[in-house]
Ligand binder design. Structure first.
Ligand code: HC1
Ligand code: SF4
Length: 574
């Protein structure tokens, strides 16, 4: 233990503690911009580039950045004197000196950390005038927009992309005033191996990286009387959207969400959870088939589109191991434009399927050419949790005060198994619940598989299914996924089934969710809410969903039937 003093307060801290963390532990706030410590995921961005967190250390002639300076025995620190405060103001003024001043129309207006800092530090006048950059925005992808003019070189996106996701897309381009973070040779994002996971967007403090905003397209569809507009909502949205309306993280808002969407006049409000149940029917059948008939193992889950893009780019030699199942979002679109269209006597071309997703990669997934059939896409427009919240704000909806609504049938009923898709470990737990019943011919009583839950990046468990030991691997975050796959390729690990989600925490931590500003407690509260929602359900196994049974009886036949294959399965391209 080290003895230190912060602002005259004697403290004991562990060796290796930074001044910033020591201050935080005793409730002192030192402002930062570049710093990011997602400690449960072992992620720290310590570039110390913004110089906003400067503090005074007795005996040191210059101020020091508290995010990277470690405490030493006897250190005497001042975080609150005028010298430290004016250094912070100067650092922020310098950042603002060449930053665009279009805050009122900026996509990050009121969500921007730089704007918040200027406000907190009482900056009313900028003493410096720097040269403004005038780069083109990169709007090349369906998922994200890169505006180099708003980059403050905090390098948070780089840490996410290169260290956590191991995608290696982002690094410093140019030098001096012209510097910004982008792909090598300033390539368009669409020409890189970007997975569109959106984790760079999730941590960008300004609007240098934002999502492609599709809210205009949704308003347009809703105002077109010739279109039948159907909306679906992903599992993770319901435990996070409340945060955009001052509700506590982890409040379950499923019913309010449905009411809010009906209020926007969608013609039908369906649940992606229904399609998650459908995914389990197909995926569990595929897994059992592979196990019993000597197929390729392990089978990898395929519902996360950033993960799909990652293995297509990084593991082209292993394209036979992922499940061929389309993701629940795409299965829903496919069923809406076939089964539902037939039932409602609608031409699929007159139906617009809108998805509300916690994810940016879902935007790119919907645009994949192989997910287009007979000249129409399975899903037409994807908006994120944040975009839906913005639409509801535009419409003046008092979200927190809404009554609880119910999803529409035929495609609105779901089980607890589908809800847990929203968190790491949930998809495979849902698959095990069904595979167990199907393999043993018995009805599993205890459906909570605690051994598959948690927040560690790579987890493994063996689940007894009758006489069989089902070996399961789980990874979240693409860096963890890479490690797991490399171990499989090298024969170090052997599994029967593996779940991978690209975002830390799974979809609850998706790039389209309300910004958590690095507070991991928020992710944990969303996760707890997902498991609570599962517990609240009367039915907790996908194959018990009566509307899923109806869909197979009336339309698809059996899981993995020819029709199911045609509508619900896909292939991968290296
Ligand atoms: Fe997900 Fe999925 S769980 S991928 O995280 O399989 O986005 O929420 O919708 O499709 O169901 C996301 C969430 C989501 C799909 C499902
Ligand atoms: Fe990297 Fe993901 Fe951002 Fe693409 S979307 S640049 S892969 S962090």
């Amino acid at each position: 233990m080290l003895n230190i003093k912060i602002n005259d307060m004697p403290l004991q801290v562990l060796e290796g503690t930074t001044i910033l963390d020591a201050s935080k532990n005793v409730g002192l706030k030192i402002p930062t911009l570049c710093h990011m410590n997602l400690k449960d995921f072992g992620i720290v961005n310590q570039s110390a580039s913004c110089r906003v967190c400067m503090v005074e250390v007795e005996g040191r002639p210059a101020l020091v950045p508290s995010c990277s300076e470690l405490c030493t025995e006897g250190m005497i620190i001042r975080t609150d004197n005028i010298r430290a405060i004016s250094a912070r103001r100067t650092a922020v003024e310098l950042l603002l000196s060449n930053h665009p001043f279009d805050c009122l129309v900026c996509p990050k207006n009121l969500e921007c950390d730089l704007q918040a800092l200027a406000q907190e530090l009482g900056i009313r006048h900028i003493r410096y005038e720097g040269e403004k950059l005038d780069y083109q925005k990169d709007t090349s992808s369906y998922a994200l927009v890169k505006d180099p003019n708003k980059c403050v070189m905090c390098r948070r996106c780089e840490t996410m992309c290169n260290t956590v996701q191991t995608c290696g897309i982002l690094s410093a381009v140019n030098r001096g005033f012209d510097v910004f973070v982008g792909p090598a040779f300033n390539l368009d994002m669409v020409d890189t191996s970007c997975t569109f996971c959106g984790q760079c967007v999730a941590v960008c403090p300004t609007a240098a990286l934002t999502e492609v905003n599709n809210t205009g397209a949704v308003w347009e569809a809703l105002s077109n009387p010739k279109k039948h507009v159907v909306v679906q909502v992903a599992p993770a949205v319901r435990v996070a959207i409340g945060e955009m309306f001052d509700m506590d993280p982890g409040v379950i808002t499923t019913g309010k969400l449905v009411t809010s969407l009906k209020g926007l006049h969608f013609d039908a409000v369906f649940d992606t959870d229904f399609a998650a149940d459908l995914t389990i029917m197909e995926e569990a059948s595929e897994l059992i088939n592979r196990i019993q008939n000597g197929g390729t193992l392990p089978m990898l889950t395929s519902c996360c589109p950033a993960w799909v893009k990652f293995f297509e780019h990084q593991f082209p030699d292993m394209l036979d191991i992922p499940s061929t199942c389309k993701s629940p979002q795409i299965m829903m679109g496919s069923i809406v434009k076939s089964y539902y269209a037939e039932k409602m006597n609608l031409n699929p071309k007159d139906i617009v399927v809108v998805s509300v997703m916690p994810c940016l990669a879902k935007k790119a997934e919907a645009a994949r050419p192989e997910l287009t059939k007979d000249d129409h896409s399975d899903v037409d427009i994807v908006i994120t949790t944040r975009e839906l919240a913005l639409m509801l704000k535009e419409a003046g909806v008092n979200f927190a005060g809404l009554p609880e609504g119910e999803f529409d049938q035929l495609l609105g009923e779901s089980t607890g198994a589908s809800v847990i898709f929203g968190t790491t470990g949930g998809v495979i737990e849902a698959a095990v619940r069904t595979a167990y019943d199907w393999i043993t011919g018995e009805s599993l009583e205890k459906v909570d598989f605690q051994q598959l839950r948690g927040i560690e990046g790579i987890r493994s468990a063996t689940v007894k299914v009758g006489d069989m030991d089902l070996r399961i691997g789980i990874a979240h975050g693409l860096g963890n996924a890479r490690k797991l796959l490399e171990d499989i390729r090298d024969g170090i690990s052997q599994f029967d089934a593996i779940e991978i989600m690209a975002c830390p925490g799974g979809c609850i931590g998706g790039g389209g969710q309300p910004y958590h500003h690095g507070d991991m407690e928020i992710i944990k509260k969303r996760q707890a809410a997902i498991y609570q929602e599962d517990k609240n359900k009367i039915l907790r196994k996908s194959h018990d969903n009566p509307y899923i049974k109806k869909l197979y009886d009336e339309y698809l036949g059996k899981p993995n039937s020819e029709k199911a294959h045609d509508l619900l399965h896909t292939h991968y391209v290296p």
